[in-house]
Write a protein that binds this ligand. Structure first.
Ligand code: SAM
Length: 472
């Protein structure tokens, strides 16, 4: 039985409910009256149910789709301003005991080069990331209780936070590791992690079991209920995602929103972020072997509808996507992007030799962080390296409250400018610095509260005098 409040995966991601939702959406895809009423409802900015959102996803009417895109763009501006949060992934180990058929880390892959960073290597990678200007990382690892036990992950987190190289520091470590126990989530929380990210891959149980034929990840319920355990362990920022291409996108979209509704119903706070990865070519993985790939237009529509349906949830786009696709979805609601990513284990400090490929997938955006920052500013976005919310305890429902109160413009906006100031002073090329100076001058005017503006100006001057890590 469908029940968003249940703690059982098959109740809150209920197959029959998704099937009925898809049938309802299909039956109403040309019902313009209903579609217009859902678009009107969306304008309340309280989000949309999986049913309503699925009707919009099914709608093929050009002018309505344009309206949805315009609304997504407006929501993005209203809730997130023109800030884009920057991060980089750091792959710690590609040892894995699972059999995920889309991932080159699967246990049967004998030709991928298996690597696990030592603490000395973690240190080198982190210094290289700091030297680019990164302040926020997402750590990634395969699932292997012997090679990558929780103690190893915790040790890496400690190492990452301990490194202070020149003016560099990693101030927030998000974690993307396999589903684990409440006890381990508690340990991650104590280690000071930001968001716990876990992609569902697919919400379709039968497909899930086929796509994960062996290993602990085979257990659909254990994987799907992971966020509830994470929250029980005290982590209140969790990040959802599906790997688009594995199953029918309409099914995944409904499942994703039902998962968000479940978190809201049980824990009083929805997901902090949603990621939208698509399957990419990788070592022994050919994306064309999967039947459910989606084109760029459908991908954009999904992004826009996520923005409208869960207005307070951050949306993340990785370097799996090209510059052109990233540019398109930035307008439609994406709030975080990675830059200069390496998906190999090691590779930031020294490029990986071609013969020992350890990468999880090929990236489609190979630009340097400076190039990405420059490009964002040319499009009038503010690249933000801010990590203040989580360090000030503004996580979970407190972050959502900040979002809803519209105080973001007096808080996140100046913080974005302060961290951009640091980036310009410490890492930017001359040209990036030049357009950054103009942007900061212009954007100071967009801090509504005069006292906050004045404080921000003072702090910008302090950064120029050598101070670092100032935030609201
Ligand atoms: N091993 C962890 C787990 O079980 O969730 C998570 C880390 S994995 C390094 C990060 C994500 O990369 C996976 O959740 C999956 O969605 C994605 N991924 C795996 N293979 C991929 C591929 N060929 N193309 C794009 N993304 C892929």
């Amino acid at each position: 039985m469908y029940d968003p409040k249940s703690l059982k995966a098959e109740d809150f991601i209920n197959h029959e409910e998704i099937e009925e939702t898809l049938a309802y959406a299909e039956a109403n895809k040309n019902n313009l009256e209903l579609i217009d009423s859902i678009i009107e409802k969306a304008k309340d900015r309280k989000g949309l149910s999986h049913r309503d959102a699925s009707v919009l996803l099914a709608c093929e009417d050009e002018s309505r789709i344009k309206e949805m895109y315009a609304l997504a763009e407006q929501f993005k501006k209203d809730f997130y301003g023109n800030r884009i949060v920057m991060f980089a992934p750091l792959y710690l180990s590609n040892y894995c005991v699972n059999g995920c058929v889309y991932c080159p880390y699967h246990m049967k892959n004998k030709h991928i080069c298996r690597k696990k960073l030592t603490q000395e290597e973690v240190k080198k990678e982190v210094i290289a990331l700091q030297d680019m200007g990164h302040k926020r990382l997402a750590i990634e690892a395969g699932e292997d209780p012997v090679n990558n036990p929780i103690e190893y992950i915790l040790e890496c987190i400690d190492t990452i936070y301990s490194i202070k190289h020149k003016n560099g520091a990693i101030r927030r470590v998000n974690v993307n590791i396999a589903a684990t126990t409440v006890e381990n989530y508690r340990k991650l929380k104590e280690a000071g992690i930001g968001t716990y990210i876990l992609f569902q891959e697919t919400y379709h149980k039968e497909s899930y079991e086929k796509l994960h034929p062996t290993g602990p990840k085979h257990n659909y319920a254990y994987h799907t209920e992971a966020m509830d355990r994470a929250m029980e362990g005290g982590i209140d920022d969790v990040g959802l995602g599906v790997l688009f291409g594995l199953e029918l996108y309409k099914y995944e979209f409904a499942g994703l929103l039902m998962h968000a509704e479940h978190l809201e119903a049980v824990h009083g706070v929805g997901p902090h972020t949603i990621s939208v990865p698509r399957i990419k070519k990788a070592d022994d993985i050919d994306p064309s072997a999967f039947d459910n790939g989606i084109d760029d237009e459908t991908f954009a529509k999904i992004c826009a509808l996520i923005r409208i349906s869960v207005p307070y949830t951050g949306m993340i786009i990785s370097t799996r996507e090209s510059k052109a696709v990233r540019e398109k979805v930035l307008h439609l609601g994406v709030s975080q992007i990675s830059g200069a990513s390496r998906t190999s284990v090691g590779g930031y400090a020294e490029p990986e030799p071609e013969e020992d490929n350890s990468a999880q997938f090929d990236v489609s955006d190979n630009r340097t962080l400076d190039e990405v920052v420059h490009w964002l500013m040319e499009m009038k976005y503010i690249p933000s390296f801010c990590t203040a919310c989580y360090r000030e305890g503004r996580t979970g429902d407190r972050f959502m409250a900040l979002c809803k109160s519209k105080q973001i413009q007096n808080c996140c906006h100046p913080n974005a400018l302060l961290t951009l100031r640091e980036y310009l002073n410490d890492y930017a090329s001359e040209d990036t610095k030049r357009i950054g100076e103009e942007l900061i001058k212009r954007e100071l005017e967009n801090i509504p509260n005069p006292a906050a503006r004045e404080t921000c100006e003072k702090r910008l001057a302090m950064i120029n005098e050598g101070k670092r890590d100032l935030y609201f």
